[in-house]
Write a protein that binds this ligand. Structure first.
Ligand SMILES: N[C@H](CCC[C@H](N)C(=O)O)C(=O)O
Length: 283
């Protein structure tokens, strides 16, 4: 019989994740297993799986598996879920938890309420305008023009939060289902990309995200950060201020320092359920 193990479902603004705690064995899951787990009909259902593994440099290491089985460097909503899970399963209420991610070791500050951790404030590290997972032409310019078959040339901002983002300021939000899948696989991005459709408002942003490896999601933490960075670079919103970013699932708060050195992300998180699943042993 396949090995049975406990799984935990958490969500941040409706961006939902299955957590697998593999700190004892250090064994991650493969792409086929994460695809099955995320399948909302044949499996458990989620935008992704977060494997919690041992770390030499932090309390734990988080590996982000997208619903299509691909691995992402970083996930802002997922990290809030992982931090709540770690506190829920410890005897303390720490003031800070460091977690190792594909974007480095990130410091997280849990916010406590009646139900334990109800929100997390993350120092997301730097936003990068030049990175191996961004277009080679993205030489630190805030904008790049993307040739697209049968679409007027799009002007977007390529921003890496560890994972790649193409931010389209003032692109109609309703274009996301049509243009998102086309831009996700734009050849300028070596490892595909997340795509943000952004309406800039006087006091913040409204954003719809087509996520790499997931499609449309209710919220995207790194996407909210990348969108705020693009708006600050374009001088449409102020640096060094907490900005509202409204997504279909609700609001996140983002703070972009003028040097882009450490982007701050603040938002809610919730436990959904715990279960037992028979996972195929790793092939
Ligand atoms: N699909 C993303 C990872 C999840 C990011 C998102 N859920 C967040 O909260 O940052 C990628 O392939 O880069």
């Amino acid at each position: 019989m396949d090995a049975r193990e406990r799984i935990f479902k958490y969500q941040g603004l409706g961006n939902d994740f299955i957590i697998l705690d593999r700190r004892r064995t250090g064994v991650d899951i493969d792409a086929a297993t994460s695809r099955w787990m995320c399948d909302r009909r044949l499996g458990i259902g989620a935008d992704g799986v977060l494997a919690i593994l041992p770390s030499k440099n932090a309390s734990a290491r988080m590996v982000v598996h997208n619903a299509d089985g691909s691995i992402a460097e970083m996930c802002g909503n997922g990290l809030r879920c992982a931090v709540k899970y770690l506190v829920d399963h410890s005897d303390e209420n720490p003031g800070r938890i460091d977690v190792e991610t594909g974007a480095g070791v990130l410091s997280c500050i849990p916010g406590y309420g009646d139900g334990g951790v109800i929100g997390v404030d993350i120092s997301m590290g730097p936003a990068r305008l030049v990175a191996p997972n961004l277009p080679s032409g993205a030489t630190g310019k805030p904008f790049l023009d993307l040739p697209l078959p049968d679409h007027p040339e799009l002007r977007g901002s390529a921003v890496s939060m560890g994972n790649p983002h193409l931010v389209l300021l003032d692109q109609p939000l309703e274009d996301a289902p049509r243009l998102g899948p086309v831009l996700e696989v734009h050849p300028s991005f070596p490892d595909r990309t997340n795509v943000e459709f952004v309406r800039v408002e006087s006091d913040g942003l409204t954003v719809v995200v087509w996520e790499r490896g997931c499609g449309l999601t209710q919220a995207c933490g790194t996407g909210a950060c990348a969108s705020a960075v693009a708006a600050v670079l374009a001088k449409r919103l102020p640096a060094d201020a907490w900005l509202r970013v409204t997504l279909p699932g609700g609001d996140l708060r983002i703070r972009v320092p003028s040097d882009l050195s450490d982007i701050r992300l603040r938002g809610p998180v919730a436990f959904v359920f715990e279960g037992v699943v028979a996972l195929p042993s790793p092939r």
